[in-house]
Design a protein around this ligand. Structure first.
Ligand SMILES: [Fe+2]
Length: 491
């Protein structure tokens, strides 16, 4: 407890004390001890086999809540609180503080749910046929109370631990936590079924109800482990690219994150979100085929060097195309440098010819480039980067993807990277002779024509670039002007 912040210690202490008072003082009148013991044993078993299914928040969804809600009906608030408190005996937790807090947490949520159940007309004991459908109302209210109080207790704990800050740019991921809670509601509704058959089936009642779910969960857990193994493999490939191109440290994972945020915002199913996330992780895998000296070059690229860099989407596709689970991620890797106006590469696809996954990655890729420090410029602010993305919609980016990213970033925040440390320091000595930005190099070396003054990109481009020139302390080097040129087509 010594390592915890003072506020967390106080909060945990109050929670445990409150639960302790309920468990110690009862009253236990009218509670069937045999039912209490059986329910407690089942609760501990269910808690012990919880599977982590929401990796982002490391939240476990446990069928134990079904047993706790069954206890609400069979034993009332105090009995349910005792059953909940036995969570601290679950074999999967070893830390005493965590055990005590979880025990107290489940005791309090079950106690609150029990009182709401009684308040709304629910009766304690095995429900009979005559209790239906009237029992559904108080039982559903008890389930909602259980979920809400549980979320509130967890939220306060996160806050006292410093994981949630009201005005922090880095927002806490409430969405997956709430999703986990909502999934638990499904289990909790089964508590009524357990209570209903308790009289006839006794201790095997939960097994009859939950066994099919346990099997489904086991299958799901296997899939989850497989997905984690896939992710670990891809992360290793990511790291291989970043070892080679260390100006882009962490870039692949951030692009994966940004791409997943866009896909989620567009309401894509989880499976597609995952594929797009994979594509984000591997979008630059083809750089493994680009000579290191070209990737790490800070000055002007020769025609030949730039042509080599432009091959990386195709090379990337060729490297990973045999990995079957990547599926539509392959399109994202192959076409992430295409532009809506057809001036991208490798194929010069136009508009909606560009696969959706590639249009997503393109936005996330440039957004991360703009908000990252490179050897030739400081990072742009999130606001400046968003303005730049918006300016380039219609010509370079799909506006739907840009706006989806903006909404997701406004809601969830964006973790900008630490300053990159290229050889010689962040702002190493400028190259001898007149410096050219990558932007200029791209414009000159590329088969893609440079923007003409008549294009609507020019005025706004000047505004941002002029501001950035002022913002870079002591900057003598020209600052890349637009999204299409800031990345220089290298990222
Ligand atoms: Fe790229």
């Amino acid at each position: 407890m010594r390592a915890l912040p003072g506020s967390a210690r106080v909060y945990i202490g109050i929670t445990v004390a409150a639960a302790g008072v309920i468990v110690l003082t009862g009253p236990y009148t009218g509670i069937d001890i045999r039912t209490l013991v059986l329910a407690a044993v089942l609760f501990v078993v269910a808690e012990s086999i919880s599977t982590i299914v929401v990796a982002d928040v490391k939240a476990g969804i446990s069928p134990s809540s079904a047993v706790a809600l069954a206890a609400v009906v069979l034993l009332g608030p105090v009995g349910a609180a005792v059953v909940g408190f036995t969570s601290c005996l679950a074999i999967r937790r070893h830390d005493l503080i965590k055990r005590l807090f979880n025990g107290a947490q489940f005791a309090l949520v079950a106690y609150a749910a029990g009182h709401v159940y009684l308040l709304l007309g629910g009766e304690v004991g095995e429900p009979g046929r005559e209790d239906f459908p009237a029992i559904l109302f108080p039982y559903t209210a008890a389930v909602l109370t259980y979920t809400t109080v549980n979320l509130a207790l967890m939220g306060i704990l996160m806050w006292t631990l410093g994981m949630v800050r009201p005005r922090s740019k880095q927002k806490f991921g409430w969405r997956p936590l709430a999703l986990a809670e909502m999934t638990s509601v499904g289990y909790q509704m089964l508590g009524l079924a357990i209570a209903a058959i308790w009289g006839g089936a006794g201790i095997i009642a939960p097994l009859l109800v939950l066994l099919p779910l346990f099997i489904a969960r086991w299958t799901f857990a296997q899939q989850s482990h497989e997905a984690m193994a896939h992710e670990a493999t891809l992360a290793t490939l990511c790291q291989a690219v970043e070892t080679k191109d260390h100006y882009t440290r962490g870039h692949c994972m951030r692009v994966a994150e940004g791409s997943a945020m866009i896909a989620q915002e567009l309401g894509m199913p989880a499976e597609r979100v995952q594929k797009i996330r994979y594509a984000g992780m591997l979008h630059d895998i083809g750089k493994l085929g680009v000579p290191t000296k070209v990737l790490q070059k800070t000055g002007k690229l020769t025609d030949e060097e730039y042509a080599t860099i432009k091959l990386h989407p195709t090379r990337g596709y060729e490297i990973v195309r045999e990995i079957s689970f990547l599926d539509e991620a392959l399109d994202g890797i192959r076409h992430h440098h295409e532009r809506l106006d057809g001036r991208g590469y490798p194929m010069g696809l136009v508009g909606m010819e560009i696969p959706e996954s590639a249009r997503i990655i393109s936005v996330a890729d440039v957004f991360d480039c703009l908000t990252s420090t490179r050897s030739y410029r400081k990072a742009w602010s999130v606001e400046e980067a968003i303005a730049e993305l918006r300016r380039c919609t219609g010509t370079q980016f799909d506006p739907r993807m840009v706006e989806a990213l903006v909404r997701a970033v406004e809601r969830e925040g964006w973790q900008t990277p630490d300053i990159a440390e290229p050889p010689g320091g962040c702002y190493g000595p400028p190259a001898a002779g007149p410096q050219k930005t990558e932007a200029t190099a791209v414009g000159e070396n590329s088969a893609v024509p440079a923007p003409t003054p008549s294009e609507d990109t020019v005025p706004a481009q000047d505004t941002v670039s002029e501001r950035k020139r002022r913002d870079v302390p002591g900057a003598s080097a020209p600052v890349p002007a637009s999204a299409e040129t800031v990345t220089g087509g290298r990222d």
